[in-house]
Design a protein around this ligand. Sequence first.
Ligand SMILES: [Zn+2]
Length: 133
Amino acid sequence: MTAVAQAATGLIVHGQTAQGLTGCPACGVAAVGHRRRRVRLHDIPCCGGPVRLVRAKRLWQCRVGLCPTTVVSEQHSLAGKRAILTNRAIRWATDAVEKCDASVSALSHQLGVSWRVLLKGIETEGRRRVGRL
Ligand SMILES: [Zn+2]
């Protein structure tokens, strides 16, 4: 976490991963740091309002001339590729539906996302929990 700000729509938490070394998934040679891209994710509500994470995702570049991979994007356990919600927010909402009979509409309001976005995450998490993924 690098900064926290209070906005009209809730808390905004900025963060980034530490410098690290990664290999190119195609050729295995160490990739070179390229730049960072901001990724916005909705996280578990805090202090009665939505929380958004703004993560500076690392991008690496493979400089091996014949390698088909040019840029490698950082993957993190916090959220999947092109995710809108963090994995823990999906687990939180799925628990609330499963154990508290909470409505998807109410939970989506607390998370600051549409109910369609949340329902898709809950369906995926539900399938994972019953072993169908
Ligand atoms: Zn490569």
